[in-house]
Design a protein around this ligand. Sequence first.
Ligand SMILES: NC(=O)c1ccc[n+]([C@@H]2O[C@H](COP(=O)([O-])OP(=O)(O)OC[C@H]3O[C@@H](n4cnc5c(N)ncnc54)[C@H](O)[C@@H]3O)[C@@H](O)[C@H]2O)c1
Length: 265
Amino acid sequence: MSFGLLKGKWGLITGALDEKSIAWHVARRAHEEGAQLILTNAPVALRLGQPRMLAERLSAPLIPADLTNPVDIEKLYTEALQHAGRPLDFVLHSVGMSPNVRKGKAYPEIDYDFYFKTLDVSAISFHKLLQIGRNKGAFAKGGSIVALSYIAAQRVFPKYGDMSDAKALLESIARMFGYFLGKELGIRVNIVSQSPTPTTAGTGIEGFDRMFEYANKMSPLGNASAEACADFVVTLFSDLTRGVTMQTLYHDGGFSAVGIAEELL
Ligand SMILES: NC(=O)c1ccc[n+]([C@@H]2O[C@H](COP(=O)([O-])OP(=O)(O)OC[C@H]3O[C@@H](n4cnc5c(N)ncnc54)[C@H](O)[C@@H]3O)[C@@H](O)[C@H]2O)c1
């Protein structure tokens, strides 16, 4: 069902790799709500994933960009602004990757080159996306920017490894930039902290299935799906949430507020 919540708005969606990706669902819902979109993903993802299929379905330009690379981001905004012919109303950061987690390195044993890569891809890329976008005048007044996080930023989930540190940094960047962009342009910057979701990045975490089941039992509403996450993100992009900024908003079926569920006793 469409409510026309994003009618007349232009948005940039990063990280839609395949039909399981949270960003894929957000792009689909934002389009349904009347937005016009620009899609981007890492050049390697354009070869491996199915982003082109999504771009065709949504009649959206797909611009390759490694979001750790400022030159790529500059080019991304230049092309996006040419397409839209005006500044962007919303942006989704939906990017994460840890070489330490991929290679099964336990947190106390992490490799520091990998650690820098984790932080760069999963958190500092958000700062770069915001800094370069701001400098290029790419954001419309009153717009909305969202990035995705996980509760391992606040609590220990041992197998989430150095991604926990990346998410803590990501959430801080949202708060800090939210202050400056709010003052300058009335732009909101929020984090959505999502339930475990069976995507390529999610299932790359060792023991994902058990974490998923545990969270599902702990959450009174059950784990929140990628589809529900997209619905929530669309409300944050809309004008209905124009007083909400610099927040980590839990979209997790209630998980974050529960100490223990009866099923687990
Ligand atoms: N899946 C979960 O359980 C879960 C839970 C909470 C938060 N999140 C977060 O949601 C976001 C999206 O992940 P997802 O679960 O949809 O998985 P996904 O694997 O579908 O998406 C991750 C995306 O990051 C992109 N990416 C990686 N390195 C990049 C780079 N250098 N430049 C540009 N793009 C790059 C990938 O190509 C991919 O499209 C991530 O921030 C993730 O941490 C996921």
